[in-house]
Design a protein around this ligand. Sequence first.
Ligand code: FEO
Length: 424
Amino acid sequence: MDGMPITGTQAVAIGSDVYWIGAFDPSLRSFDLILKTANGTSYNSYLVRGADGVCIVDTVKKEFQDIFFKRLESICAYDEIKYIVLNHMEPDHTGALPELLKRAPNAKVYLSFQAQGMLKGLLKEGAENLDVTAVTTGDSIDLGNRKVSFINTPFLHWPDTQCTWLEDCGMLLSGDLFGCHFCDERLFNDLVGDFRFSFEYYYAHIMRPFKHHVLQALDLIEPLDIKLIAPAHGPILREHPREYVRHYHSMSVPHLRREGEITEKTLLIFYMSAYGSTGDMAKEVLKGAEQVSGVRISLYDLEGGEMPPFVDLIEEADGLVFGSPTINGDAVKPVWDLLSSLCSIHTQGKLGAAFGSYGWTGEAVAMIEDRLRGLKFKVPVPGVKVKLIPTNEELEECRAFGRLIAENLTGTNAPRVIDFSDLL
Ligand code: FEO
């Protein structure tokens, strides 16, 4: 490769008997409805040739299957295809699969255990007569002079995802992992334009909610002698591939609190207040929580903040409390804005709670609690609602509420006694 854009319909050699047979989609401006794609994207598919046959790894989005088949035909006949490996079942990589199966009807399909049900969902009755093998880490296909091995890397970013490893040439065909939406027809990372922003943006939106799964995958990937990473989107990483592995590691470990350095729990209280009542409640919630040792508590007025740094804080916090007045039967918009920003991080199992002042009916607290439960927060402490101005007794109730939240975080709360008469 001399840096010239790939304009024809030929397969592109990326190593010894390994070829890129994917498609460029330069016009795409948003992906999966949620990602902006200023540079479009590519759907990377690969062909691996061995002494005993050909293996196809992933396909392309259906609309791009014509160019995919032309590239494939430029390098092999359909009756040479012995195996089709599916690293990921999302339609941007399986769109051309039904047609490929028609053209190579004797090919055996290899995928992860988690992908089996998805294959049936994609092909419907067409899946019944297929020769399908579910594989996991350590399994491999023998192509005669080379092995095609599998590494199970679930939840990156679907349950089914896996990587394919060619040990003889040190190539990791990584699926969405290490990918990015950056269409540049010069194809290789040492030839394309600067794609650092796209790489990190893709990670932030696709992989970030699954950081702990990323770290588990890196445990399997880091020991490999990697010479090239061939992801399912964006540039092929042949120059300094390990730098991208290191960068993934760096983006996936906690930064605000490093494992083992801080043992205290962190509790964040976010509030908004129209006339000061919810703000007064927030300060008392903080005072109550401060009565419990081992908890670091922070108080933020949402009116004076931006969402991205708050999301960073929440990602590494143990507990999250929202204070909102009820206005027109709802919590206020910045609360919903922050809650809707949490889909990019892992929130399952964190502690959540809500409180607020109201004038008429006070729906906000229950609505926030429902949303927290929907995000898989634990909500063990019932919220506190105050009509208009809190009394001294109600402020004391706020302190007790804060203390109980902190005790739940530290595990020092009194065991719950169930009164069976409450169940009648
Ligand atoms: Fe590129 Fe998750 O599909």
